[in-house]
Design a binder for this molecule. Structure first.
Ligand code: DP6
Length: 361
């Protein structure tokens, strides 16, 4: 697919003020993207569950600018001007004018907010960058009549989201998505994510994710710096091939509904991510003592009850507890009685697999 827009084919002029809005979810990686090459090309393929309750809503109001040939941007986050985010978005938009040449003649007002508190220690780049990419694709569709094919629309949105933040490429698809070329999926690519090449087994479609906020502190290491640590990492080559094998096994478990293999792979990926950070130079310990306590509790509970529950981690101390919605009542009790005390201010988010982004009118 050619992602570059031929901007001579404008069908609706930009003379009148217009607005587009999207709600786009966050995702939780099961096979972790950790390490990248130039131009946001991943060092290994990754796979995630798309969430439903943790999302960003972004709207772009736009009009032809009087200052021709340069982009004019005003950005508000949660109702307030935010110059740090504005600068980040401006740099990103300038980088992608090749794919959306119309950006250079517009004045844009972008407003964005998250469903989760900004101080919850949750990375929001996946939901925010995917929401922004979807809005830009909607502008293209409206004014140029392109991207009318749904598949083309979401593929371009994923391609653009990836340029903003790698993990964001996976957020534009429902339930589960993978990003990175793999032999198991002929449409897979390093440049955009795609849905899985089969229907996710019913067992996993209703999976829940309790996001246990062990610490609300902002991340100690930005993901950009984290990916950088994989350059020259002594275990890099082994890790990248391990991710491919784990992905292959996880795909077959997601298809057949094998929760034991799912648990084994998902926890292995989470602990490997942290092991890679610890063995980097410099090395980072991003878990909190309470992260280890919660992991112990989850494993003990699984051992004692035989219930198919497991955990995964981001590049930080917070825990995603994954389980079937059939076990929801039991898990609510378990979280309340045994895990909540390890969360900062007892805060956790009840999330689960979701349908992907929606356009809001
Ligand atoms: C540990 O997508 O945030 O969450 O491409 O530099 O923006 P950039 O990195 P980012 O990295 C995510 C890392 C991770 C694993 C994952 O989501 O796959």
């Amino acid at each position: 697919m050619n992602f570059i827009l031929n901007s001579s084919k404008e069908i609706l002029p930009f003379k009148k003020e217009n607005k587009v809005s999207w709600r786009s979810p966050s995702n939780i990686a099961l096979i972790k993207y950790w390490g990248k090459k130039e131009n946001q090309i991943p060092a290994n393929p990754s796979l995630s569950f798309t969430l439903s309750e943790s999302f960003t809503e972004t709207s772009i109001t736009y009009l032809e600018s009087e200052q021709k040939e340069s982009l004019v941007l005003k950005f508000k986050f949660e109702g307030k001007e935010n110059f740090q985010f504005q600068h980040k978005i401006e740099t990103f938009l300038q980088k992608i004018t090749k794919y959306f040449p119309f950006l250079n003649k517009l004045q844009l007002k972008i407003e964005s907010h998250n469903s989760f508190p900004h101080s919850a220690g949750i990375a929001s780049s996946a939901s925010s960058m995917s929401a922004l990419a979807l809005c830009l694709c909607s502008i293209e569709k409206k004014h140029f009549g392109t991207l009318t094919d749904e598949n083309d629309f979401f593929t371009k949105a994923s391609f653009i989201a990836r340029l903003g933040s790698g993990s964001a490429s996976r957020s534009v698809f429902p339930f589960a998505a993978s990003w990175g070329e793999i032999i198991e999926n002929s449409i897979s690519s390093d440049e955009f994510a795609s849905v899985l090449p089969f229907d996710l087994h019913q067992k996993f479609k209703n999976y829940k994710d309790a996001v246990l906020i062990v610490s609300k502190q902002p991340k100690k290491v930005s993901s950009t710096a984290g990916h950088e640590l994989m350059h020259g990492h002594p275990f890099a080559a082994e890790r990248f091939s391990m991710a491919k094998n784990n992905l292959k096994e996880l795909l077959s478990a997601l298809k057949s509904g094998d929760e034991d293999v799912f648990i084994e792979i998902v926890e292995n990926e989470a602990l490997t991510l942290h092991a890679l950070m610890m063995s980097s130079n410099p090395g980072f310990i991003l878990m909190h003592p309470n992260t280890l306590k919660v992991i112990d509790k989850i494993r003990e509970f699984r051992e004692n009850t035989g219930m198919k529950i497991c955990f995964t981690l981001d590049a930080g101390p917070n825990i995603h507890l994954l389980y079937s919605d059939n076990d929801q009542d039991e898990m609510n009790k378990f979280i309340k009685n045994e895990l909540e005390e390890y969360c900062e201010d007892k805060f956790w988010i009840a999330d689960g697999l979701g349908n992907g982004p929606i356009e809001i009118s």
